[in-house]
Ligand binder design. Structure first.
Ligand code: EPZ
Length: 436
């Protein structure tokens, strides 16, 4: 199992190019199921969740032609015929976003059998909002043996208000609605840029959608969709992660090929904390300015609020700020696991339910730590970059799910980071037994 070994202390300086958004690419890839034509996607990040999704689509009969080498950020998908309208447990358990195939499979073939995702490190993560939305469009949903079975002769447009905002819930039901008969009106939708990007792709495929990126989306169903070409938006979470990495090391990083408009909530907090954030076109630059940053409270919220996916990384930065910062996590019920590992590195963080109180600054020292989920791992990387000494981060497959070549990008701006395999070789007799 790979580990990252990071020696802290270097101030990161230079420029980092941001890749395509994983959370826009995943629904875009699922959307290919809605048509028999080829869908070509560009600016796809080369990360594990994308590979998992390609494999999942291939099990359904989708022809996938991923560009090799430089073109590896491009994939062409063609669901000419869907031979297997099912998402199996062994794939869904590794990536809950697999539930994004539910809506498209149902709309295209009239049935879908998808494993229930089960919980994950950051919470229970049910999909009841997805299922209620599909039922509103006329699907019959049953659950058996850990699977959801959805069936519908023909989906019919309907009005459906999400009881609570769900990003992939909005995306799943939106994709189903594009082929439903008549008009669908979805209320209390997620407004994330990734939802808007999916709607842009669906529009290029012939769907008739209005209001994506606002709480209310209306769809006029059509009989079929056709192929399209689409470039995925930049990854705002990767962008935010690197800006925070620059700040926590007292450095000066410029990120390029990003969409600064997607990072307004982060920029507002960073400026409040005393950082200098300069935006120009598709670049953004953050510098700690003179002296320490000020502890600044933050509450996560659905877009356009502060992204929950940047909460852990922001918490790492606040361990180096002057004073007490109160961080409130409103989206997931268990998204503070990184705090326990940060405390092992010397941070002073107290957890009270959904609130974390960070007292800073605290001197961080390198330690052996464990990654628990994708963004918690990023938080540990940031802390390690600012810590005195060497940190070994284990289970970094979590990082590989959503960050492409992270250690290369960090090394290019001055970080002392390397990836190693198992540090402790398995004892000989174990190895012999394994071959026995
Ligand atoms: C998306 O997950 C993202 N994943 C997550 O990013 C992100 O953290 C999350 O949105 C919130 O922004 C993808 O887009 C692939 P939700 P999603 O449905 O859609 C509850 C990352 O790091 N809920 O918006 O699964 C849910 O438990 C990942 O890249 C229900 O109760 O999140 C949560 O508390 C992690 N019932 C809240 O709503 C449902 O049917 C928001 O979840 C669905 C969700």
């Amino acid at each position: 199992m790979d580990k990252l070994v990071i020696r802290g202390g270097a101030a990161l300086r230079g420029t980092v190019r941001i890749g395509g958004a994983k959370n826009a690419a995943l629904p875009a890839m699922a959307a290919c199921l809605l048509t028999a034509d080829a869908v070509a996607l560009d600016n796809i990040p080369d990360v594990r969740d994308i590979q998992t999704t390609r494999r999942l689509l291939e099990t359904m009969g989708v022809e996938t032609d991923a560009g090799a080498g430089r073109a590896r950020h491009r994939v062409s998908l063609r669901a000419a015929e869907i031979t297997h309208a099912e998402a199996p447990y062994d794939l869904v358990k590794t990536m809950r976003a697999s539930t994004l195939v539910l809506g498209p499979l149902l709309a295209r073939t009239g049935r879908a059998r998808v494993s229930l995702p089960g919980g994950c490190a950051i919470g229970a993560r049910p999909i009841d909002l997805h299922l209620k939305g599909l039922e509103a469009l006329g699907a019959t949903i049953t659950q058996e043996h850990g699977y959801v079975l959805a069936q519908a002769e023909r989906l019919r447009g309907a009005r459906y208000a999400f009881e609570r905002i769900s990003v992939t819930g909005t995306e799943d039901v939106l994709m189903a609605a594009t082929l439903a008969e008549g008009e669908t009106r979805l209320e209390n939708c997620a407004q994330e840029p990734e939802v808007e990007d999916l709607a842009a792709l669906l529009g290029k495929m012939g769907a008739r959608i209005a209001g994506a990126g606002t709480p209310t989306i209306t769809v006029q169903g059509v009989a079929r969709l056709h192929g399209a070409e689409h470039r995925i938006i930049p990854d705002r979470i990767e962008a935010g992660t690197f800006l925070l990495a620059g700040l926590i090391t007292g450095g000066d990083l410029t990120i390029t090929h990003c969409q600064p408009a997607h990072l307004k909530a982060l920029f507002e907090r960073l400026r409040q904390a005393g950082a200098e954030v300069r935006v120009a076109g598709d670049t953004a630059r953050a510098v700690a300015g003179g002296g320490r940053l000020r502890a600044t409270a933050m509450t996560t919220a659905e877009y356009p609020g502060f992204a929950t996916d940047l909460q852990a990384q922001y918490m790492a930065l606040m361990t180096q700020a002057q004073g007490d910062a109160e961080i409130t996590e409103t989206i997931f019920e268990n998204r503070f696991m990184h705090a326990l590992e940060l405390n092992r590195m010397g941070a002073q963080i107290r957890i009270e339910g959904r609130r974390a109180l960070v007292h800073g600054p605290s001197a961080l020292s390198g330690a052996a730590v464990l990654a628990s989920d994708l963004r918690a791992s990023a938080s540990l990387v940031l802390a390690a970059l600012a810590a005195d000494g060497e940190t070994i981060i284990d289970r970094i497959y979590h990082l590989d799910r959503g960050y492409e070549r992270l250690e290369e990008k960090l090394r290019a701006v001055g970080a002392a980071v390397r990836r190693v395999g198992n540090l402790i070789p398995a004892p000989k007799h174990h190895a012999a037994a394994a071959q026995g």
